[in-house]
Ligand binder design. Structure first.
Ligand SMILES: Cc1ncc(COP(=O)(O)O)c(C=O)c1O
Length: 501
């Protein structure tokens, strides 16, 4: 069987992703000599057609083959098997890097990892409306205020700004974060704050500090996929606890605790990603009582908590139980994601462990950015900035909701979010999740497939649609394309069974 025959018969819904199967098929043909040095590979569109995959998958496969050193791309000419004696264009003396495939530990990115990688690529893809992307819109960035803050920092404190600084972060930034927390009814001692590179680093450091291989961690199901990855990286096992419109199901958590000892529970108690819902007061009390009785950490993520559409701000769990809650947050959704300013608030020995993990990871967050952001916050610009962000997200949600009502209503349902950046939509009747993802991209729209946010496999088909990044017109057009993709799929007989996670 030729390699082309093998590529036209990929296994759908199996263990290996379609991209991986393309990579393996072509790599095997190169290694066996079926594809010879300098031989031209089919163009990506032809490969996509041959294999019955979308164009992005073919592009991704060629990129991976380039990374593996097996092929090279020449603009305007195409992709070629690397010549046996070919010197790299840089003129550097180099031998093949193919051996690295065997030396590196096994790594098969999970579904959530692949979806996050797609999301970052789709943010800037042409001809695609990325409803998958949870970025803030550039429209909300306080460009002038940030410019002034950086200018002042470099003008007045360059020596300090460009130097190493404290692992825990600059005291003046910690004081500003503490003031911001106090305004959110969650007073903090600045000494309990560690500055991180985004909430993401807060999550990974906290997991590394608290967990060891074999530990069990519970989390909301669905949740933000990076939490799942942060837990799994430590060798701990993650167990999903269902959520509904009232937040985490604390009865299900209690049932889990009767069977298993857990080390931590990861939760977004307010404006949860992806549902946009809160943990209701009775369940907050139940959760804190369980944490105290069973002695586990609550890893609380508050990145969306400022983006409430209406009504009063809701306090963090940390404000109620600082001894149990390790809190992570950032300015990514309200000020700027690219600044990568986040923080951890924790009390007791766990904070020392997290600081030690930060030291080992990257010594400290960039001094110049910390100084500039401390200046920005000290200028008093934050409350108006948060309001600007809130109204932007609210406008996006209104546009998305109307578009869903108009184009998707007969097959879509969702519980309205109270804020945040996403709508968690369930489609009925269920379509095949991966087929819909591919069909949507063919129609020029992407969304985050629900399976990537799930810990436990579930029969229903859910989609996360994000409304923070695109303008209202683009959101409406994106939903229209998604509805067209779903309609197209419903006309076709299913290609395969429900996908594995
Ligand atoms: C729930 C949640 N937590 C954490 C993050 C990470 O944010 P950052 O690292 O930019 O602060 C995100 C980003 O989308 C998120 O949705």
């Amino acid at each position: 069987m030729s390699y082309k025959d093998a590529l036209s018969d990929l296994e759908r819904g199996g263990e290996r992703s379609l991209t991986q199967q393309l990579v393996d098929g072509i790599a095997t043909a190169i290694e066996s000599g079926e594809l010879e040095p300098d031989e031209k590979l089919p163009p990506t569109r032809e490969l996509a057609e041959l294999a019955g995959v979308n164009h992005l998958t073919a592009v991704r496969a060629y990129r991976r083959l380039r990374e593996l050193g097996l092929v090279s791309a020449h603009v305007g000419r195409g992709t070629f098997v690397r010549g046996a004696g070919r010197q790299p264009e840089t003129g550097r003396v180099s031998d093949s890097i193919a051996w690295q495939r065997y030396a590196l530990p096994e790594y098969e990115p999970g579904y959530g990892d692949r979806v996050l990688a797609d999301m970052h690529r789709q943010a800037t893809a042409r001809d695609l409306l990325p409803l998958s992307v949870g970025y803030p819109s550039a429209r909300i960035f306080p460009v002038e205020a940030i410019e002034e803050a950086f200018e002042a920092t470099l003008r007045e404190r360059a020596g300090e700004a460009l130097q190493y600084s404290e692992v825990q972060g600059l005291a003046e930034l910690a004081e500003q974060i503490a003031a911001l927390s106090a305004a959110r009814d969650a007073p903090e001692d600045p000494a309990d704050i560690l500055i991180t590179n985004g909430a993401s680093q807060g999550l990974t450091l906290a997991c590394r500090a608290i967990l060891r291989p074999g530990d069990v961690v519970a989390c909301e199901d669905p949740t933000f996929p990076s939490v799942i990855r942060a837990v799994q990286e430590t060798g701990a096992r993650i167990v999903g606890v269902p959520v509904d419109e009232h937040g985490l199901d604390t009865d299900a958590l209690a049932a889990l605790l009767a069977r298993e000892e857990i080390k931590a529970l990861a939760i977004q108690s307010r404006l949860h990603n992806p549902t946009g819902r809160d943990l209701v007061p009775a369940r907050r009390e139940a959760l804190l009582a369980l944490a105290r009785r069973h002695g586990f950490f609550i890893l609380e993520d508050g990145v969306y908590a400022e983006l409430r559409f209406d009504g009063e701000h809701v306090r963090s769990l940390r404000a109620q139980a600082p001894a149990h809650v390790v809190y992570v947050d950032s300015l990514s959704k309200t000020v700027s994601a690219g600044l990568r300013i986040g923080w951890v608030a924790a009390s007791g020995p766990v904070l020392d462990r997290i600081i030690a993990a930060k030291r080992a990871d990257d010594i400290h967050s960039p001094t110049v950015i910390q100084l500039a952001v401390a200046g920005f916050l000290a200028s008093g610009a934050y409350p108006a900035q948060a309001e600007r962000a809130r109204s932007h997200y609210r406008r996006g949600y209104d546009a998305l909701r109307e578009a869903i009502d108009e184009h998707l209503a007969p097959i879509a349902s969702f519980v309205p979010p109270l804020g945040g950046g996403h709508v968690w939509v369930t489609l009925d009747p269920a379509l095949d999740e991966r087929e819909l993802v591919e069909e949507a991209v063919r129609h020029g729209v992407s969304y985050a497939p629900g399976g990537a946010m799930r810990v436990e496999r579930r029969p229903e088909l859910s989609l996360r649609l994000s409304f923070g990044y695109l303008e209202p017109d683009a959101l409406v057009e994106g939903v229209r394309r998604l509805a067209a993709a779903a309609a197209e799929l419903r006309r076709r007989p299913p290609r395969r069974q429900a996908m594995p996670l």
